[in-house]
Design a protein around this ligand. Structure first.
Ligand code: 2BA
Length: 111
């Protein structure tokens, strides 16, 4: 068994949830926050048998799209002193459709 962790954009979360239900994939959605943009995103936890991992990855790929986002933040540490001349300037960032980790599962229980 594997644990698929997929960090996706909030805009795609409803569609992905529906696709998982359609394909009989059990998943849990967590509200999360990206460390760079500090904006909300969604993290799906999916426990799945090894032979269905590719199917789950396909569903994620087909339902999540990359987008350009903008931030004005220089995103420095609160303790840092910025002398960067670009501080406060709009910055375009390409946010991926999904960042996915596949982890081994030692044990799985449903009580
Ligand atoms: P954020 O951390 O808010 O990052 C949003 C986008 O900003 C990233 O898109 C990337 O294009 C850019 N970005 C992130 N860190 C950067 C940096 N240090 N310098 C320049 N640009 C940077 P994605 O790479 O598609 O990531 C989307 C979201 O997936 C991330 O949101 C984060 O929540 C998660 N993520 C990405 N890589 C991760 C990793 N290795 N571990 C854990 N979470 C990750």
């Amino acid at each position: 068994m594997k644990l698929v962790l997929a960090i996706i954009q909030d805009q795609d979360a409803g569609r992905l949830s529906a696709a998982f239900v359609d394909e009989n994939v059990r998943a849990t959605k967590l509200s999360s926050t990206g460390g760079f943009l500090r904006a909300g995103n969604s993290t799906f936890i999916v426990g799945v048998e090894d032979d269905r991992v590719q199917k789950v990855l396909e569903i994620i790929k087909n339902n999540c799209q990359a987008r350009d986002e903008y931030t004005t933040a220089p995103l420095i540490s609160v303790d840092a002193v910025s002398t960067d001349a670009t501080a406060g300037q709009p910055l375009e960032v390409r946010v991926g459709g999904a960042t996915v980790f596949v982890l081994p599962v030692d044990a799985f229980h449903r009580f």
